[in-house]
Design a protein around this ligand. Sequence first.
Ligand code: CUA
Length: 201
Amino acid sequence: MSEPVHHPEEHPHEPSPGPESNLPDLHIDRYEAAWIRITVITVVVFALAVVTATASYGIQVPGVTGRIDPRTLMEPSSPFAAPQLREIAPGKYELYVRAQVWSFAPLDPFNPLHIPAGSQITFYVTAMDVLHGFKIAGTNVNVMALPGQISRVTTTFDQPGVYNVICHEYCGAGGPTIGHHTMYGVIIVDPPPAAEASAQS
Ligand code: CUA
């Protein structure tokens, strides 16, 4: 055990080490010490919030799944040419999304996609022309859609309702910049059949 360090603030009546002492004066102002503690606590709280978000709320770093030449997106062999919702396992789906001015094919807002509540969808998103954003309000889905890059993000739609898919990157370079705000899609999550029946009775 080392000698306890004398703290002049705590023991104001004790004589402080004289000039012959080799101890450095480590006095920290009371308010400074308080703010150091608050700062450390804040960082710890933020770190815990990130861990909690990752573990409990499905927050994920969007991954780059692959690269694709944007000029080949409409070729018949491309999964982005005529994308459709595909069920890959019970309740699990995958959907390729082609972002372009100004739509998210195949997410037509006037012909919304219907899925049952509890469905999990993995989205594969790319852009055909310029940089777009792909955000689904009320979910953890928020990725960029870049020409040449395929972004992958997975989410589970537990709550029935209408989910708007929004472009959150100002897009439209190369033409009149009039359509960014109209670029959206709709996904409708239907309640499970049992809940539907009890709601009607
Ligand atoms: Cu696409 Cu804004």
